[in-house]
Ligand binder design. Structure first.
Ligand code: HPA
Length: 234
């Protein structure tokens, strides 16, 4: 047990999928995994371990924002020995060619700051995805004929953003979408020599104001889970 995860040693798999929403973790585990056990209920941040095609997988909620994700990712890596961490989440689209429902495979994640800024100080570290996972996810998305984009995203500290000028600069520099967790996941993966990737469904669009209808969310999320699992165990 750790401070925020109630699982016993050995109850967390080396491969962990990290949706922000704990109920998504429950849905994904019940929908895609076999022999599922609930391994965490602390603070309602549900986690489940099961198998997919015979491979052990944990699906653990990470909460919203980098400080929350950082707590779970640190404990999963440092205390439970997680080696492959794949965020499965949503993001706001920022480019005209990025549509609602499209997937984004985040090659890099820019930020104003992350929980790691305190140790990086003046260094502008470039958080990036694991190449093998990124490549495998692209192959899996192609095989499923899912429309996807590979490139840079923005990990923001705020959902209700008051800096339209900054979004303008991000868009100008080709950033595909905005979410709130990937940069710190990539920082931690680099620090601890583990693999990480963020796979994101475009749930809304900053330029058009368009949003994914609730009835479509489950299907898009399911595609993302399957692509994440295929990428983890190609
Ligand atoms: N901003 C930040 N995070 C998000 C967004 C957004 O517009 N959409 C989904 N996650």
């Amino acid at each position: 047990m750790t401070i925020h995860i109630g699982a016993q040693p050995g109850e967390i798999a080396e491969t962990v999928l990290l949706p922000g929403d704990p109920y998504r973790a429950k849905w994904a585990a019940e929908t895609f995994l076999k022999d599922v056990a609930c391994v965490n209920q602390v603070r309602g941040m549900l986690g489940f371990t099961g198998t997919w095609n015979g491979n052990r997988v944990t699906i653990q909620g990470s909460g919203m924002g980098m400080p929350s994700l950082s707590i779970y990712a640190n404990e999963l890596i440092r205390e439970y020995g997680a080696k492959t961490l794949i965020r499965i989440g949503s993001c706001g689209g920022m480019q005209p060619h990025v549509g609602i429902r499209d997937l984004i495979l985040a090659m890099t994640a820019s930020s104003l700051s992350t929980p790691s800024s305190g140790i990086f100080r003046e260094l502008n570290f470039a958080p990036c995805a694991d190449w093998g996972l990124l490549r495998a996810a692209a192959i899996a998305a192609e095989a499923k004929a899912t429309k996807f984009h590979v490139g840079g995203i923005y990990s923001s500290d705020v959902f209700y953003d008051e800096r339209p000028d900054l979004n303008e600069q991000m868009t100008r520099h080709g950033i595909l979408g905005v979410e709130m967790e990937a940069a710190e996941l990539y920082n931690l993966a680099a620090r601890h020599s583990v693999r990480a990737l963020a796979i994101l469904t475009v749930s809304d669009h900053l330029a058009t104001g368009e949003a994914l209808p609730p009835e479509d969310r489950e299907r898009s999320f399911g595609d993302m889970v399957e692509i994440a699992l295929t990428a983890a165990f190609p």
